[in-house]
Design a protein around this ligand. Structure first.
Ligand SMILES: Cc1ncc(COP(=O)(O)O)c(C=O)c1O
Length: 406
C-alpha cells in the first residue's frame, strides 16, 4: 500500500517538530521556513495551543451543528475583537478549499448571478469550483464548466508589460474590469482577490484593493478577500485587506487560523446573509465544531496576547532588509518582495535550475524552503515564533550557497 501520488513526494520521513524546527527519521533537524504547508504559524508543539486542544479533545469535539457550544461563542468573540463590525456572520469549516467554495456559493446565492472575476494566476483550492477558477486547474478537462469567468492579469509588477512598479497608480492590469462596467455586465457575482497572491508572492501596490472594491461596487458584485494564505497576521496586519483600508463583503481564512489543525472560516455581512435567505443551503458534519471553535479562539488570542502580528511585521522588515542587501551582492536575485512574514525572493528567469539546486543544497544544510519554478521565486512563510538567531543562521547559509552558484 502506498500513498496516492497527487504531488511529487520526497524520500524523507518527518517524525516530530518543536517551535520552528522539524526532525527527520534519522534525527536530523531542519528549520522549517514554510510552517508546514504555510500553516503552523505558532510553531510546532506550542503548549499555548496544544494544551487547550488536548483538554478540548478529551471533553468535546463534535456535536450536531444545530447546537451552540461555548467554544464557538469564544471564537466568535475573538473574531469580533479583530474584525470590522460589519463582518459579523461566520461559518467555521475545515479547509481553505471548502471555505472558498462556500464563499463562492454565498456570492452566487446572494446575487443570483454566476460570473466570477479572479486573478489568472490565483490558486483558490482543490475542490472542483475553486480549482476550476485557479490557474493550475483552468484547463483541466475533467472539471465541471465554471460558467462565466474573467481572469485578470496577475499583479506581477516585476514583469509588468506597462513598466509599472510599487508606485503604480493606474493599475492597467485591472482594465478588463472597466470594460465590464462599460459594457453594463450584470452577471458578476463576485470579484475575488488574494491581498498577496501565493503564486510567486505577488504583492500588489497599495491601492490595488481599493480599485477592486470600487469595481466590485460599480458592478454591483461582492468583493471576496481570499486570505487563506495572508491571515491572520502574516502580512504584518491581521488581514491583508487592511493594508488598503477597505472592507470586503466576504472574507475567507484558512491555514494559519488553525496553526496546524484543519480549520477554516468564512465571514460575511448580515446583509449578505439576508440576501441569500433560504436559497443558500450548506450543512456539513464538521461545521462549527466545538474543537474548531476552541482552535480558532485560542489561535487568535495567542496571536493577540503575544503581539505576534507586530512581531511578524518587525521580523519581516528585518528579514526583507537583509535579503535586499543580498540582492545587491548577487545579480542572480532580481527581486525581493513581501509584507510581514510572507515574502519571496525572485531569481532571474534563466536561473530556474539554480533555484532548484539552491533549494536542494539548503535542504542538506537543514533548511526547508520552497522554490516555485513557474515564477522563479523562493516563497517564505516562516512561523511567527522564529527567532532572530534562526533568521541570521539561514541568511548566512543562503549567502554561502549563493557563492557556490555564482
Ligand atoms: C490562496 C489559497 N486559497 C485556498 C487554498 C486551499 O486551502 P486548503 O489546501 O487548506 O484546502 C490554498 C492552499 O494552498 C491557497 O493557497
Amino acid at each position: 500500500m502506498k500513498i496516492w501520488k497527487t504531488l511529487s513526494m520526497r524520500d524523507m520521513t518527518i517524525t516530530k517538530g518543536k517551535d520552528s524546527t522539524v526532525w527527520d527519521s534519522n534525527g536530523k533537524p531542519y528549520l522549517d521556513l514554510q510552517s508546514g504547508y504555510w500553516c503552523n504559524v505558532l510553531g510546532y508543539g506550542n503548549p499555548d495551543l496544544i494544551e487547550p486542544v488536548k483538554e478540548q479533545i478529551t471533553r468535546l469535539t463534535n456535536v450536531m451543528s444545530a447546537f451552540r457550544t461555548e467554544e464557538v461563542e469564544v471564537a466568535l468573540s475573538e473574531l469580533e475583537r479583530i474584525l470590522p463590525a460589519e463582518l459579523n456572520r461566520v461559518a467555521f469549516l475545515n479547509s481553505g478549499s471548502e471555505a472558498v467554495d462556500l464563499a463562492l456559493k454565498i456570492a452566487r446565492a446572494a446575487t443570483w448571478r454566476t460570473g466570477m472575476v479572479v486573478n489568472d494566476r490565483g490558486y483558490y483550492g482543490a475542490t472542483t469550483y475553486p480549482f476550476s477558477l485557479s490557474w493550475s486547474g483552468k484547463d483541466a478537462p475533467y472539471l465541471p464548466d465554471p460558467g462565466e469567468v474573467h481572469r485578470l492579469p496577475p499583479p506581477f509588477c516585476q514583469s509588468c508589460e506597462h513598466g509599472s512598479r510599487e508606485d503604480c497608480r493606474d493599475f492597467k492590469c485591472l482594465e478588463h474590469l472597466q470594460s465590464l462596467v462599460d459594457e453594463g455586465n450584470d452577471n458578476i457575482a463576485a470579484v475575488m482577490y488574494e491581498p498577496i497572491a501565493g503564486f510567486g508572492i505577488l504583492v500588489p501596490p497599495i491601492g490595488y484593493g481599493v480599485k477592486l472594491r470600487e469595481y466590485a461596487d460599480a458592478l454591483d458584485a461582492l468583493l471576496i478577500s481570499e486570505e487563506v494564505t495572508t491571515a491572520p497576521g502574516k502580512t504584518g496586519r491581521w488581514f491583508g485587506f487592511q493594508h488598503d483600508g477597505i472592507i470586503p463583503d466576504i472574507l475567507v481564512l484558512g491555514k494559519a487560523i488553525g496553526s496546524g489543525f484543519p480549520v477554516s472560516v468564512v465571514v460575511t455581512f448580515s446583509e449578505v446573509e439576508e440576501r441569500c435567505g433560504n436559497a443558500l443551503r450548506h450543512v456539513q458534519s464538521h461545521q462549527n465544531d466545538a474543537l474548531t471553535g476552541r482552535i480558532v479562539g485560542t489561535v487568535i488570542s495567542v496571536i493577540r496576547e503575544q503581539g505576534l502580528v507586530e512581531e511578524a511585521a518587525r521580523k519581516g522588515e528585518y528579514w526583507l532588509n537583509a535579503l535586499k542587501e543580498l540582492m545587491e551582492e548577487f545579480p542572480i536575485i532580481v527581486d525581493v518582495r513581501g509584507r510581514g512574514l510572507m515574502f519571496g525572493v525572485q531569481l532571474s528567469q534563466d536561473h530556474v535550475k539554480s533555484g532548484e539546486i539552491i533549494q536542494e543544497k539548503l535542504l542538506e544544510e537543514g533548511y526547508l524552503m520552497d522554490f516555485h519554478s513557474s515564477s522563479s521565486t523562493f516563497r517564505f512563510f516562516p512561523p511567527y515564533v522564529i527567532t532572530y538567531e534562526e533568521i541570521d543562521s539561514f541568511m548566512a547559509a543562503l549567502r554561502k550557497t549563493l557563492i557556490t552558484i555564482e
